[in-house]
Design a binder for this molecule. Structure first.
Ligand code: FAD
Length: 302
């Protein structure tokens, strides 16, 4: 299981990486290059996100299966409640199981098209990720993780409600959570404190911090906007200065800032005892590898 993997060696902090299902042949080649590069670096696990449409969903299942059978990596497959009836969700969990995948990340997902728009439950589906956790656990011996939100989920009334619902997912049988990407380590530490203060048993389950090594200001703005979280203004200013005022942003300078930030955040998270560092790779390996190299967790990229 993921928890066993990340606690296997108490002397060093493991890392993990996140991929998304490729949209075309070229992206698929890039994904496999990244998969093969990370295979050499021994992440504790690799996770694969789940999209909104039929074909991207099939690709998540297929690629997670290929990672399970054709590589030495341990896949965590995401699934969401969006546009799925309970019977389809059962079928989906079954197709993961058929491919030897027992580690699942149970998510509610966002409304397709407009992630920040009104959530509409499938008439025969589930309303919250907590129900998905229960459903998966009923279906067999799966190890389930869930999402957590250092700044609070944007739909949660306040941080207390956010904490309460995260704990409900953990009480329903989730073994760990992976956080939304964030840029202030304090937010992560406060989340961890809130959850462990509210429930000394389930609140001690691992909270794996999600990190994005920023390589483009335009791209991080878009990702952050779609996730309902925020770039702190001091960082936004720094990135904007690095990007310069030309028609094209200065990617070299932005990248420098991004790698330095991700390195500093990782160092602090390791010092604070984070159980694992989870990197959003966008299916590239280089930026994440540079951060890992800075941390002494990977050789210098070739
Ligand atoms: P839930 O835990 O169901 O929470 C949704 C909202 O409802 C929250 O505001 C919560 O506070 C509230 N709530 C929960 N339970 C109750 C209740 N009983 N009563 C009232 N309110 C309640 N999206 C994808 O589409 N595909 C992916 O692969 C994907 N991967 C992700 C990976 C990570 C690590 C993270 C952090 C997010 C990911 N997402 C993904 C995005 C995620 O689906 C969205 O953030 C979504 O808005 C919330 O999902 P959740 O599972 O946390 O939902």
């Amino acid at each position: 299981s993921i928890v066993e993997r990340i606690t296997a060696d108490p002397r060093s902090t493991p890392f993990s990486v996140e991929f998304y299902p490729p949209r075309n042949e070229k992206e698929e080649q890039r994904l496999w290059r990244a998969v093969r590069t990370f295979e050499q670096l021994h992440p504790a696990f690799v996770s694969l996100t789940y999209g909104a449409g039929g074909s991207t969903r099939d690709r998540t299942v297929r690629i997670a299966g290929q990672i399970a059978t054709e590589t030495t990596l341990l896949p965590v497959a995401h699934l969401t409640a969006v546009d799925h009836s309970i019977s389809e969700l059962r079928g989906l969990v079954g197709s993961y199981a058929d491919r030897g995948i027992v580690n699942l990340l149970a998510l509610r997902g966002d409304p397709p098209g407009n992630p920040l728009g009104d959530w509409v439950m499938h008439p025969e589906g589930v309303e919250y990720a907590e129900e998905l956790v229960r459903l998966i656990r009923e279906l067999g011996d799966f190890h389930v993780g869930v999402a957590s939100f250092p700044e609070g989920h944007y739909r949660a009334k306040d941080l207390d409600h956010d904490t309460y619902y995260l704990l409900n997912k953990l009480r329903a049988g989730a073994e760990y959570s992976i956080t939304q990407m964030f840029f202030e380590v304090e937010d992560y530490l406060r989340l961890r404190d809130r959850v462990s203060a509210a429930d000394p048993v389930h609140g001690e389950k691992p909270i794996i911090p999600g990190l994005l090594p920023i390589t483009s200001l335009r791209q991080v703005r878009k990702i952050v906007e779609l996730s309902g979280s925020q770039i702190p203004s001091h960082l936004e200013d720094r990135l904007a200065r690095a990007a310069g005022s030309g028609p094209e942003e200065d990617r070299v300078e932005v990248r420098k800032v991004g790698i330095e930030l991700a390195t500093k955040m990782s160092e602090r998270l390791i010092a604070e005892g984070a159980p694992c560092l989870h990197f959003c790779t966008l299916n590239f390996s280089r930026a994440t590898q540079e951060v890992l190299t800075n941390l002494g967790l990977a050789p210098v990229p070739a």
